[in-house]
Design a binder for this molecule. Sequence first.
Ligand code: MN
Ligand code: MN
Length: 447
Amino acid sequence: MKDGESKYAYKKKTAWELFSKPQITTAFTFAEGYKTFLNEAKTEREAIHVIAEVAKKEKKKIVVNQEKSAAIVIKGKKPVRDGLRIVISHIDSPRLDLKQVPLFQDSESHLALFETHYYGGIKKFQWVVIPLALHGVIVKKDGKKITFTLGEDDLDPVFSVPDLLPHLSHDVQDNKKIDEAIKAESLDIVIGSLPARGDFKEKIKAAILEKLHAEYDITEEDFISAELEAVPAFKARDMGFDRSLVGAYGQDDRICAYAALQAILDVKNPEHTVLSLFVDKEEIGSEGNASAQATSFLRFLIREQDANVDIDSVLVKSKVISADVSSAVTPNYTDVFELKNASSLGSGVVMSKYTGHGGKYSANDASAEYIAEIRALLDKAKVPWQTGELGKVDKGGGGTVAKYFSRLGMEVVDLGAPVLSMHSPYEVASKADLYASYLAYLAFFKS
Ligand code: MN
Ligand code: MN
């Protein structure tokens, strides 16, 4: 190792080897709370609800926007005009959303089903034949809001998208390209099969509606003003003989959200005013009024701290970590990664100078100056970290919220945990990277 070179940086050692024995124990304990969070926060609304509950319990100031985004703020020793330290993560994950008119009875199969429209980037074949739970809200015309969760309790029924048996799939699926084998419009969820008594049409649908009305006070028309999401009914579990990994739905990006939440809870008297921002709709391009592009929320938060401050000048002086996951090198598919610049599970939090796709399009390309600052910060705090690029150049790409914040004049860099099987119903992350992410955000908040 050359003088001044980091022993914490990528590929010299894994995070497990860099951590002390007590740190490894702490990393395992830390993951217990994380798994509970994943189980309780499977939708954006649930995540915001859990985060708000935790913040209130810990007596931290939290501002919630639209039930879908929120910020925890801690005033710094320095005035707000000196700029903020912001960690932003997103709390939405890919899933199947119910359409506005979802319920129908299929006369050939004698089943009642829900129509769905998938949310975010999914590989459709991964979402059939798995147990699904329904989560969300139904808002009635009079404004009454019904919160709905079904499929999580062991005694609850679950739901599922059926698939064709292999004996008959030769022509319609097996000889097709994998992304054409399952059509978006065939991602219908089976919800029942028991017909009502009597002599009329669509008796299964009628029986389901009767049940929904009796048990939840929902009518067919109420689905129009509902947000119901079908998510995997799996619980977060330890993975591997050594329990070093976590298998769960929605780790993009709740792994960073959880690490950022725990970090800001542990900050005492920071130098700068610190803000942990949790946003929605990252998976569909950060559109909408609770997303990273809805920067009026950030302006509101700054004004709340100091009504007389020049907001643009505060933004320019602020520093941001875009806390989002990165793709971990995947066994059997290493060809799509340029391994010197790829990240791997268990090697620490991943710093990505840029995201985007071929030719750095749509990327926030963080400045060398800012990267140097973050490098120094991570090394000083002894945080295991690595660099990461999503995959080989021109092999694909993806973005984060980083670019929406850098547009405001802030320094922004992507720093988050690597994830395996990203956007699948069962993503895999390392307990070491979760803990390293927490340590990284904590060091940043303290800077
Ligand atoms: Mn993400
Ligand atoms: Mn994503």
